[in-house]
Design a protein around this ligand. Structure first.
Ligand SMILES: C[S@@+](CC[C@H](N)C(=O)[O-])C[C@H]1O[C@@H](n2cnc3c(N)ncnc32)[C@H](O)[C@@H]1O
Length: 215
């Protein structure tokens, strides 16, 4: 059952601004070199929420596969993109989703909630789906974030919280060229205006052209 807090979060974020990392990722795909420019413009939005990034990716000409664990997210996105045959939606978890081959995979503010025990398998699925030369754009939660503290309300929001240090995260990108790596560590507010210590690693990275894909 989706909580009132999650519904409010989706109301607030449905038309939010596109974050800098996804803007950069799309620009990189649009500039892609001969090695990937024949690949179809297929993107995956992992944990798509209210669909803000799906809308942006559709405006940029991508076929988008969006998935989310929350039924409310998929109901909202199904209504929002009802006439759009190039938006494919699934209610699925990071671990249960069947990832198609994609030139861009985005996971914005969503892998924060990946069950810890599943993360390595999920990351393997993401990197396998991303074609060589494809772009990953996403954010990871650092240990200083309020969501990693007892102040985080697991009853109101998603109960699994995954935090990583820079030293733990960097090796995950061994098969990538890191294009941008930004550590956000500041006192701010949530989308609902609550005080929050944000500690986030925001990453844009290109899957190595020589990396194995498992395909
Ligand atoms: C903070 S919201 C971010 C939504 C969207 N990416 C955005 O930036 O607007 C996190 C999203 O991750 C989803 N989520 C949480 N756990 C998940 C899981 N295990 N598998 C897939 N999605 C999950 C939530 O339902 C929620 O929609």
């Amino acid at each position: 059952m989706t909580t009132q807090e999650i519904k409010e979060y989706y109301d607030i974020t449905a038309d939010r601004q596109t974050r800098a990392e996804l803007l950069q990722a799309v620009a990189l795909v649009n500039e892609r070199d001969a090695s990937v420019n024949s690949a179809p413009k297929i993107a995956i939005d992992c944990g798509c929420g209210a669909g803000a990034d799906i809308a942006y990716l559709r405006n940029q000409g991508f076929v988008v596969h969006g998935f989310d664990l929350e039924a409310e997210s998929i109901a909202r996105c199904s209504a929002r993109f009802t006439d759009d045959v190039d938006v494919h939606l699934s209610q699925a978890s990071f671990n249960s989703f069947t990832y198609p081959a994609a030139v861009l995979i985005t996971a914005d503010a969503s892998l924060f909630f990946c069950p810890v025990a599943e993360f390595d398998a999920v990351w393997a699925k993401i990197t396998t789906a991303l074609i060589p030369g494809g772009i990953f754009s996403g954010a990871f939660l650092g240990p200083k974030d309020t969501m990693a503290s007892p102040d985080y309300d697991k009853q109101a929001y998603w109960p699994d919280v995954l935090t990583v240090t820079e030293a733990q995260l960097k090796p995950k990108f061994a098969d990538f060229d890191i294009i941008s790596w930004t550590e956000h560590d500041f006192l701010g507010q949530t989308a609902q205006g609550e005080p929050h210590h944000w500690h986030i690693f925001a990453v844009v990275a290109r899957h190595d052209l020589g990396a194995p894909t498992g395909r």
